[in-house]
Design a protein around this ligand. Structure first.
Ligand SMILES: C[S@@+](CC[C@H](N)C(=O)[O-])C[C@H]1O[C@@H](n2cnc3c(N)ncnc32)[C@H](O)[C@@H]1O
Length: 238
């Protein structure tokens, strides 16, 4: 979230959110753009609880060719989507195609995250892989932001286990408009476990945050946010 907030001022003009889900980050980017359009792949979207969300996609496509002309957007946003397509290189090429020259791609992808939206969960990404994917389609990487480190990663995994598997709070979270990217058929909550696990969840989250500050580990992360710009096809991308 912080990395996206830091990236948001790079957004401008007409923005396309590819794989927008229920547009949970629109409020972060809205202040910087004139137009905010969300597109979804109908097959994967229909398997998520985002279809019941407050915001919905503006249009759907076939998962191969984005339904827009070349060079039609100033900004393309792609948040936690690249792991869900079996054709990630094709998706990055499509996003580059619809970007205007000097347009900006803001992409966030996981490096270590539990399986989700199964069976449509195919890949995890390193910053080097993301850079290379951008380079292949004439996008120059301006910035790579690491999201999380060793301790927040461990803390998140422990807390996910406690809240999702022990207390089974997935369905309750979806009723509150969160967790839209997961399937809607979450098991019923075990509310009686909450008083038992809440102190642990709090302590783990706080401890992880402190440890990340004190002992930041650059080789472990949840994922990365990459900001890349489109340059003319005949320019040299380094
Ligand atoms: C983890 S959710 C993220 C949703 C949203 N970007 C967010 O951060 O809340 C992944 C989304 O990617 C969508 N998706 C999967 N394959 C896609 C594709 N080829 N093109 C566009 N969206 C896709 C899914 O339908 C799903 O809504």
């Amino acid at each position: 979230m912080n990395a996206l907030k830091a990236a948001a001022p790079r957004a401008r003009g007409k923005l396309l959110d590819v794989g927008c889900g229920d547009k949970q980050f629109e409020n972060i980017f809205r202040p910087y753009v004139n137009e905010y359009l969300g597109v979804e792949y109908s097959v994967t979207f229909s398997g998520t609880a985002a279809k019941f969300g407050m915001s919905c996609p503006d249009c759907f496509y076939d998962g191969h060719r984005l339904p827009f002309a070349d060079e039609s957007f100033d900004t393309v946003l792609n948040i936690q989507v690249l792991e869900h397509t079996p054709h990630p290189f094709q998706l990055v090429a499509e996003m580059a195609r619809v970007l205007k020259k000097n347009g900006v791609l803001i992409l966030s992808a996981p490096f270590s995250f539990r399986l989700h939206e199964e069976p449509h969960d195919y890949f995890r990404y390193t910053p080097h892989g993301l850079r290379q994917m951008c380079k292949n389609v004439n996008l120059v990487t301006d910035e790579v932001q690491q999201v999380g480190s060793l301790w927040s990663l461990i803390g998140h995994k422990l807390n996910s286990y406690l809240t999702l598997h022990v207390a089974r709070m997935g369905a309750a979270a979806q009723q509150l408009g969160k967790f839209g990217h997961e399937a809607p058929d979450q098991p019923p909550a075990r509310l009686w476990t909450l008083p038992l696990i809440a102190p642990f969840v709090l302590a783990i989250a706080t401890g992880a945050r402190v440890m990340d500050r004190l002992f930041f580990e650059p080789q472990e992360a949840f994922g990365f946010v990459i900001i890349a710009s489109r340059i003319a096809a005949d320019s040299n991308v380094e």
